[in-house]
Write a protein that binds this ligand. Structure first.
Ligand SMILES: [Zn+2]
Length: 286
């Protein structure tokens, strides 16, 4: 019998280097544990094939939730659980753990719990590489975003310049999006030049290892409708982050592929309850 799961590790390696469908048949069993949950082999649920490079069971609908101009979050959407960041950067003396070292200058920084923990881990790993990262901005409520958006419009004579998302469309409202800048840039205005810093290059190279993606990539402005932001990280969890970053996607493209897989799964008679939570719905349609 053909083993589906034991070849995942091999498939993971190949998925990172080969376009989908190029994987040659490989009969040898490989027993390396697959931590990313990415595979090319067919997995079935009730005999219906799930045709997506990430196992249905490895996709967390909460973590991959989309927020943009088309898919708006509701006024009442608040991520849960939300935690307060004890510090905005990693500290060489290990004071990260007991917290409270850097006092937030403009209110407390909050993030969804799993994202917050991953960020602290990433900050510590960066510090070990001599990179000091700083959390500039984290969770924003719908009403905070609303205020920011109208202030930006006023400043721009009513024109939306793409720098501030309208309420409901901000990745920051998910509690999984955050702006992380080089420590030296903590009080500077953010602009694309930041991308050339070693801190941003480190983030681009390593963020997926901690479950983060660059939410607004340089070459995806036409898809995201948001200017390139080398500082805006979005937590999606390891499997999705690995797939997205290795394949040079933005979250919108990831969802487009995922929705196609869901459509196919349902068309083939797959159970709706298995995929219901993964279907992206705008607050307006709910
Ligand atoms: Zn941001």
């Amino acid at each position: 019998m053909r083993c589906k799961l034991c070849k995942r590790a091999l498939a993971l390696v190949l998925a990172l280097t080969l376009p989908l469908g190029c994987l040659a048949e490989e009969d040898e069993e490989i027993s390396i544990e697959d931590t990313a949950g990415i595979f090319l082999e067919e997995v079935t649920y009730d005999d219906v094939a799930w045709q997506f490079p990430i196992d249905l069971m490895a996709l967390d609908p909460v973590l991959i939730r989309l927020a943009n101009k088309q898919v708006l979050l509701g006024k009442d959407f608040v991520p849960s659980p939300l935690v307060t960041m004890k510090t905005r950067k990693a500290n060489a003396d290990g004071s990260n753990a007991n917290g409270g070292v850097k006092k937030a200058s403009s209110g407390e920084m909050k993030l969804q719990e799993e994202c917050a923990a991953a960020l602290v881990t990433m900050f510590e790993a960066a510090l070990e590489d001599g990179i000091t990262l700083y959390l500039k901005s984290a969770y924003r409520s719908w009403s905070t975003q609303n205020t920011m958006y109208s202030n930006r419009l006023k400043k721009n004579g009513g024109k939306d310049d793409g720098w501030v998302s309208k309420p409901g469309a901000s990745d920051h409202q998910t509690g999984l999006g955050c702006d992380v800048v080089p420590y030296e840039w903590r009080d500077k205005g953010m602009n694309e030049k930041m991308a050339t810093t070693e801190e941003c290059q480190w983030m681009a190279a390593h963020c997926a290892e901690y479950g983060f993606i660059i939410r607004y990539p340089e070459d995806k402005e036409d898809v995201t409708e948001i200017n390139y932001e080398p500082w805006h990280l979005r937590y999606v969890g390891n499997p999705a982050a690995t797939y997205i970053m290795e394949n040079g996607l933005c979250l919108e493209e990831f969802h487009q592929q995922l929705q196609e897989a869901i459509d196919q799964f349902l068309q083939d008679g797959g159970r709706e309850s298995l995929v219901r939570d993964l279907i992206q719905m705008s607050a307006d349609d709910q």
